[in-house]
Design a protein around this ligand. Structure first.
Ligand code: HEC
Ligand code: HEC
Ligand code: HEC
Ligand code: HEC
Ligand code: HEC
Length: 223
């Protein structure tokens, strides 16, 4: 039979298949990037394996954040509590609860509960958690009113502009370090002009006397 197409045309279907795959791959990567937690958006609220509620445990039961996030103030990374922390109570409380089944399974097998990370920075940015908590930046300044969240979500943009906005005006965000976990503090000091002026003045004095100086140079936050 006569050749209708030159020999090398045989490569065409393979090439177009490759092209289609490449296009598909591009689409997958594109969607993956924009839908992944790497791409931070205020309001990002992943579904968790256990319907753990901060508004129940932190607000109603009055538990301090550091009972569970005990590394938030002394380590560069905060921590999600291990199953042991939950079992301190749930070995006795709600032992038949279906919602707590993954926690009991984790306890039995020793495999951690697979919590989905909510807040996360790109690897090229350095964020020392402890430095902020120690100097008295409240959890709510960065994570919002977690005590009012049945499900945690990203409350602030976590972008470079957001970091710098506070680094340039730290007087608007400082409090006595013993009050870092207190929720509603930021609203309270802003309740009236007088209380807010007094708050800012006290912070400016503290910044001067303690030499508090959040960095604005690139190498402080980038490796
Ligand atoms: C200091 C004690 C305490 C600790 C620690 C604790 N809880 Fe709870 N939890 C409670 C109490 C009390 C309730 C409410 C029980 C009720 O509604 O009667 C509760 C309720 C729950 C419920 C709802 C259960 C249901 O069926 O309604 C879930 C889910 C839960 N806790 C998850 C957790 C997880 C996950 C941890 C660990 C990160 C944890 N809890 C740590 C005391 C605790
Ligand atoms: C009883 C334990 C417990 C207490 C108390 C608690 N948390 Fe949590 N927290 C958890 C668990 C478990 C998770 C992971 C599941 C989730 O995201 O809901 C979590 C997640 C978070 C996250 C999201 C972490 C991420 O992946 O980025 C933030 C922010 C947070 N907690 C802040 C707080 C603050 C602020 C307080 C105090 C008002 C607090 N937590 C009190 C157990 C606790
Ligand atoms: C100045 C802002 C700021 C303050 C104040 C702050 N955080 Fe965070 N927190 C962050 C950022 C940014 C991350 C993400 C860090 C990363 O991915 O490197 C984070 C991460 C976390 C995580 C997630 C850890 C994980 O492994 O998923 C928890 C839990 C948390 N913070 C709890 C707290 C608690 C509790 C307080 C108060 C005691 C607090 N944070 C105060 C900004 C802050
Ligand atoms: C709400 C206010 C606030 C926000 C938001 C904030 N910071 Fe800071 N940051 C501070 C303050 C206050 C200090 C402490 C300065 C001091 O102790 O002299 C600080 C200190 C630092 C330091 C120096 C720590 C050290 O050991 O000296 C780094 C690095 C840093 N911040 C990174 C970040 C990054 C990255 C972000 C954004 C993801 C961020 N910060 C967001 C207030 C903030
Ligand atoms: C206070 C901390 C901080 C300082 C200072 C800082 N950056 Fe960033 N930078 C960040 C954070 C946080 C991000 C975003 C990380 C993320 O998206 O997870 C970022 C992102 C970036 C990006 C990626 C593009 C973007 O806008 O998201 C570049 C490029 C960058 N920074 C360059 C710089 C340069 C150049 C300087 C000095 C002039 C600098 N940064 C100073 C915290 C900082």
């Amino acid at each position: 039979m006569a050749q209708l197409f030159p020999r090398k045309a045989n490569a065409l279907p393979a090439l177009s298949l490759l092209g289609a795959l490449g296009g598909g791959l591009f689409l997958v990567l594109f969607v993956w990037y924009y839908l992944s937690p790497e791409f931070y958006e205020v309001g990002y609220k992943p579904e968790q394996p256990v319907p753990y509620s901060h508004s129940l445990h932190a607000a109603q039961l009055g538990m301090d954040c550091r009972y569970c996030h005990n590394h938030a103030e002394n380590s560069t990374y905060a921590n999600i509590p291990p199953t042991q922390t939950c079992m301190n109570c749930h070995a006795q409380i709600k032992t038949e609860s279906l919602a707590l089944l993954p926690v009991r399974e984790s306890w039995a097998t020793g495999k951690p509960v697979e919590w989905v990370q909510v807040t996360h920075l790109a690897d090229y940015a350095r964020f020392p958690h402890n430095a902020h908590v120690a100097v008295g930046v409240g959890c709510e300044s960065c994570h919002g009113r977690v005590d009012q969240m049945p499900v945690v979500y990203v409350a602030e943009p976590m972008s470079m502009g957001w970091c710098l906005e506070c680094h340039r005006n730290p007087e608007e965000h400082l409090r006595d370090p013993s009050l870092v976990t207190q929720m509603g503090f930021n609203e309270e000091v802003r309740a009236s002009d007088e209380s807010y002026d007094a708050y800012i003045e006290a912070n400016l004095r503290r910044i001067a006397s303690e030499g508090i100086a959040p960095p604005e140079n690139c190498s402080a936050c980038h490796y």
